[in-house]
Design a protein around this ligand. Structure first.
Ligand SMILES: Cc1cc2nc3c(=O)[nH]c(=O)nc-3n(C[C@H](O)[C@H](O)[C@H](O)COP(=O)(O)OP(=O)(O)OC[C@H]3O[C@@H](n4cnc5c(N)ncnc54)[C@H](O)[C@@H]3O)c2cc1C
Length: 617
């Protein structure tokens, strides 16, 4: 973490100096976020990084979530938490899912363990798969938001009633518990208001999917049991009693149980079934038999319904969209694959940097259309995956082969549930894969897969991906080719980026640091012991801030110690020519190109710059 750039200050370095004068733009706020679930809080935290963006986040609830709901944090979400700066807190408090056990009926009809597998394949992510209460995740977001310059806090007890879109703004009718409606004008509105989204209703968008919905029972319990795998994630399929998913929880004692109940039809609601916590306990006990389970305390429980449904689109459908939906407002699915919170946060991470860029005038509003394109495709894929997973889990296994089908499906899709399989199609911000052979393991359209490196100036071993923080900046990562030719190509590239009139770095706001919009980093193949920093281009040692201090954290060397090879080997990077990797602010790879094709970089950024596109707003 870098700080003290503009002077020494005491106290928590994460706490940014408060903005006394809070600029608003012509009477309206920039972004109104409806809903303080994981989607809304991710978006608010991302936008709160920019002191010049005026954000309001509301929720109709009286205060923050206290207990329950989702608990699974996929590796990809942990990578995103790292970018926000609190992954270490989540890892410290959470339960680490390292293995999964599968149980099914044995020859005598009693359940028995059939397999125990690793939860994640090697080198899937540097981050673990974690279980931690959604309420706790909310708290980390709230803490982070409150440290930023505007000290952003949610406005609770504030409900959205209506929305109407004008050409340049959206009017939202809101109401508190005093029942007196009032209007707020915003340039953009994002509905993160859950499965029964009012924003979605106001847009007239249909949520399409199955007519039947599954009723689920979920409970967090403290229990005493002789079931031996109670501290492992377990999928248990019984013949006559149904299926149970055990998820050990943080803290070492508590366990979550997901119990599949009945299907709901038509207008039937979960409440109509009158499910009680005693019903859930009895059902779990019958599935676990002959093992005993005595529940001592129930921390939280719920019976809730899930339909596999997805919205037609995630925005208002206009040429320059102003209203969006994210998270459960756009897609709902079963909790089996632990995707609810993760995919919702990923939606928000996708739109957050785009909104920031457009609101701040750094990008053309067309950029916002890529949100619905990218995230709806992802949601559709998730629904299909979830439907198959749900079907296999609910099937009554008649033979060993039946039971194995679910195990195989689970193991095969480990990458998917970890959240690292998302691949965006080519678009304004994802280039055609013309030079993919230069970085075989860093695929265009996927998230930047981190690998260990050594930061050259201070010899610090670290993950390269951890310098991709959630600050709205693009990254150009130069993997330098071998020998003198590699160094020469690096010098030419930096010369172009720093001085050429067509370089995208020329279009950063005047007077700002040179890495304000695009952050250039280099990774060399030589040992950091053999590197003379002064021989490297100035662009990689930029002078910043009011004192013109040198930023020493742009240059990395391959870490030659791992047996699996250095970053060039691990990510299949061409050692001879090297490669230039363009990474979006949400850590997805936008392009891979030869280092000597600098003009391609200019063409890429020209497409999103606000003043070069027709109809620029
Ligand atoms: C009771 C319940 C139990 C769940 N249990 C699990 C689970 O065990 N495992 C799992 O994986 N997933 C579970 N889920 C789903 C998971 O919590 C969601 O996938 C995830 O929270 C989605 O995040 P989100 O931000 O999109 O929406 P939500 O978390 O639903 O947040 C939406 C927010 O919007 C607010 N809101 C709604 N309408 C308005 C309005 N008009 N004006 C102002 N505010 C509004 C709501 O109060 C809420 O705080 C559960 C969901 C619920 C509701």
């Amino acid at each position: 973490m870098q700080y003290f750039l503009n002077g020494v200050r005491t106290g928590n370095p994460e706490c940014v100096a408060a903005l006394n004068d809070r600029p608003t733009h012509s009477g309206h706020i920039d972004v109104l976020i409806v809903g303080c679930g994981p989607a809304g809080l991710t978006l608010a935290t991302q936008l709160s990084q920019f002191p010049d963006i005026d954000v309001k986040i509301i929720d109709r609830k009286p205060g923050p979530l206290q207990y329950g709901q989702a608990d699974g944090i996929a590796c990809r979400s942990m990578e995103m938490f790292q970018a926000f700066g609190f992954a270490d807190k989540v890892a410290r408090e959470g339960y680490w899912v390292n293995e999964v056990a599968f149980w099914r009926p044995g020859p005598d009809g009693a359940i028995c363990r059939t397999e125990r597998i690793r939860d994640m394949e090697d080198d899937l992510s540097e981050m673990p798969h974690i279980i931690l209460s959604q309420a706790r995740i909310h708290e980390f977001f709230l803490e982070k938001m409150a440290l930023n310059a505007r000290r952003l806090k949610p406005d609770y007890d504030c409900q959205l009633l209506e929305l109407s879109r004008g050409k340049h703004s959206v009017t939202a009718k809101l109401m508190r518990s005093d029942k007196r409606p009032f209007d707020v004008k915003a340039r953009y509105v994002v509905g993160c208001d859950g499965a029964r989204s009012r924003v979605r209703e106001c847009l007239g968008i249909a949520l399409k999917g199955e007519a039947t919905r599954q009723l689920w029972g979920v409970m967090d319990v403290l229990c005493v049991t002789d079931f031996p795998d109670i501290r492992l994630k377990c999928a248990i399929q019984s013949v006559g009693q149904g299926s149970l998913l055990i998820i050990p929880r943080e803290g070492g004692y508590m366990v979550r149980m997901y119990i599949e109940l009945d299907e709901l039809h038509g207008d039937e609601r979960a409440a109509d079934r009158g499910v009680s916590v005693d019903d859930l306990i009895a059902k779990a006990q019958s599935i676990l038999a002959p093992f005993q389970m005595e529940v001592k305390e129930v921390g939280w429980w719920s019976a809730y319904e899930i339909g596999q449904r997805v919205s037609d689109r995630f925005d208002d459908g206009c040429e320059a969209p102003r209203i969006f939906i994210a998270g459960d407002a756009g897609h709902t699915h079963s909790p089996k694959a632990g995707q609810g919170m993760n995919v919702s946060m990923a939606d928000a991470f996708n739109i957050g940097w785009k909104l920031a860029a457009v609101v701040r005038g750094d990008a053309h509003p067309k950029l916002l259309r890529t949100y619905s394109e990218e995230r709806r495709a992802k949601a559709k894929e998730l629904i299909d995956f979830d439907r198959e997973m749900a079907r296999l889990f609910s099937e009554k296994p008649r033979t060993a082969e039946d039971a194995k089908k679910f195990q195989r499906y689970f193991a095969k899709h480990g990458r998917y549930t970890a959240g690292v399989e998302t691949r965006y199609q080519s678009s304004l911000i994802v280039h055609q894969a013309d030079h993919q052979e230069l970085t075989k393991g860093l695929k265009i359209g996927t998230r930047f897969h981190s690998s260990p490196v050594i930061r050259a100036a201070d010899a610090r071993p670290m993950e390269l991906g951890h310098c991709l923080t959630a600050d709205g900046r693009w990254r150009l990562i130069v993997f330098v080719g071998r020998g003198d030719r590699g160094m020469e190509a690096l010098r030419h590239l930096c010369q172009f980026l720093q001085y050429d009139a067509t370089s995208p770095l020329q279009f950063q706001p005047r007077g700002s640091d040179s890495d304000q919009w695009i952050d250039v980093r280099a990774v060399l193949q030589i040992s950091h012991w053999d590197l003379d920093l002064n021989q490297l281009p100035d662009l990689l040692r930029p002078r910043k801030g009011k004192y013109g201090l040198i930023d020493y954290e742009k240059i990395f060397c391959a870490d030659l110690s791992p047996q699996s090879g250095d970053i060039f080997t691990q990510r299949g990077i061409d050692r001879e020519t090297g490669a230039l990797v363009v990474v979006r602010p949400d850590q997805f790879i936008a392009d891979v190109m030869p280092i000597n094709e600098a003009s391609r970089i200019s063409r890429f950024f020209d497409k999103i710059r606000p003043n070069l596109l027709q109809g620029s707003a």
